[in-house]
Design a protein around this ligand. Structure first.
Ligand SMILES: Nc1ncnc2c1ncn2[C@@H]1O[C@H](COP(=O)(O)OP(=O)(O)OP(=O)(O)O)[C@@H](O)[C@H]1O
Ligand SMILES: [Mg+2]
Length: 366
């Protein structure tokens, strides 16, 4: 009996298409959750079998981690899971904390103290949810008889140092390995686009690290087709987004003015003359082929800076779909900035560095 067939059966049985959520792609644009079939199958597969350690999901900023987790909440609910989803980057409590109906009383008991803090800035109340999550999980196991529970933590590591992130993952592992009472199954997933914590978490054996990439070309075409109005050709949009739905959203909101979006990204990545000039020769080579950064003579300081600024994903996994949350990227595709070992998070990230280099050159020539 192969697990693949199991999950294919459940996938059919669960009727994913009926459960697809509505996603606010932009303030004036609501679309249906697109594609990501493999990623949804993974959730179903874990739900059927439980996980032996927390799954830590990382990937390019805006690739769709949060949206996938929000969609997963709906799937887990119909699979009779008691679900708690926490997103620390949300600014309203409604969006920062989502839970299944049968957890209402329990969660309210836990957050009543936190809610009282609402007189204080809401962000500090939301930040506290991260500490409550493991306690809520323990209480769920105690209070219900052999429950199925899912703890989904989103954007957690943005507010932690890498060592703290690793310890947090260990706390989640403890719930799985040393529960307060018997449980049926547990799923614990943590998603982040914070690249620095990855190697720290990888050093320990407290989690399964799994990368998620931008959307596949087929899925992305569906998103493109759902978007009304006049727009550039699909191939042009693909070449600047590489399938990243957040970049797609930025372009839509800028009325497809690619230049405007590149300028904004260049600014937000803090690509100062100092940074650009210091690393010019390596950056120029990385624009042609990101695998240049894999060479041993490239200073670690530059790599760390590029990871910290969410410009690249360094040390890509083999392209076996088993290792990835959804479809892996191509083995190498220089058009969209994907190398074998290192990739630009999206072509837009690469173009913003290219622009910073060109601008600097012009200033120098004056
Ligand atoms: N499968 C999908 N179908 C439709 N829209 C999607 C899908 N995935 C993501 N999006 C849209 O793309 C945008 C970015 O997605 P999301 O916020 O989930 O990315 P993320 O990986 O969590 O980003 P970050 O790294 O900033 O946390 C959102 O506006 C969302 O609406
Ligand atoms: Mg997110």
């Amino acid at each position: 009996m192969s697990s693949n067939n199991d999950s294919t059966d459940s996938f059919r049985r669960i009727d994913i298409d009926r459960l697809r959520i509505k996603v606010d792609l932009a303030p004036d644009l609501r679309v249906k959750f697109v594609g990501r079939d493999l990623a949804l199958r993974k959730i179903i597969d874990w739900a059927e079998r439980g996980v032996s350690a927390p799954i830590v999901v990382y990937g390019p900023e805006g690739c769709g981690k949060t949206t996938w987790l929000r969609q997963s909440v709906e799937i887990l609910k119909v699979m009779n899971y008691k679900v708690v989803y926490i997103n620390l980057m949300e600014r309203s409590l409604d969006k920062a904390l989502v839970y299944s109906e049968d957890l209402k009383d329990l969660v309210r008991e836990f957050i009543s103290g936190t809610l009282e803090m609402l007189g204080a800035p809401l962000s500090s109340a939301i930040a506290r949810l991260i500490d409550l999550a493991p306690a809520i999980a323990h209480e769920m196991i105690k209070r219900f008889r052999k429950p199925k529970i899912a703890i989904l933590i989103d954007e957690a590591f943005q507010i932690m140092r890498p060592e703290e992130a690793a310890v947090y993952v260990k706390t989640l592992l403890n719930i799985i390995e040393h529960p307060s009472a018997e449980y049926d199954r547990i799923i614990a997933v943590v998603a982040t686009s914070e690249g620095r914590s990855r190697s720290e978490i990888g050093r320990h054996r407290w989690a399964h690290l799994m990368p998620m990439w931008n959307m596949s070309k087929n899925d992305f075409r569906e998103l493109y087709d759902q978007t009304p109005g006049e727009k550039p050709s699909f191939e042009d949009v693909w070449r600047i987004t590489g399938g990243n739905p957040w970049v797609f959203r930025e372009l839509y909101m800028a009325k497809w003015n690619i230049n405007e979006v590149i300028i904004e990204t260049t600014r937000s990545k803090d690509l100062t003359p100092y940074f650009v000039d210091r690393w010019r020769s390596h950056l120029e080579k990385a624009i042609e082929d990101p695998d240049h950064l894999w060479h041993k003579d490239v200073p670690k300081e530059l790599i760390d800076e590029m990871i910290k600024r969410n410009l690249i994903i360094y040390n890509m996994y083999e392209r076996d779909p088993v290792l990835w949350i959804d479809q892996p990227p191509p083995r190498k595709d220089l058009e969209i900035g994907v190398g074998e070992e290192v990739a630009w998070q999206t072509p837009l990230h690469r173009e913003s560095v290219r622009r910073a280099l060109e601008k600097m050159k012009k200033t120098d020539q004056k």
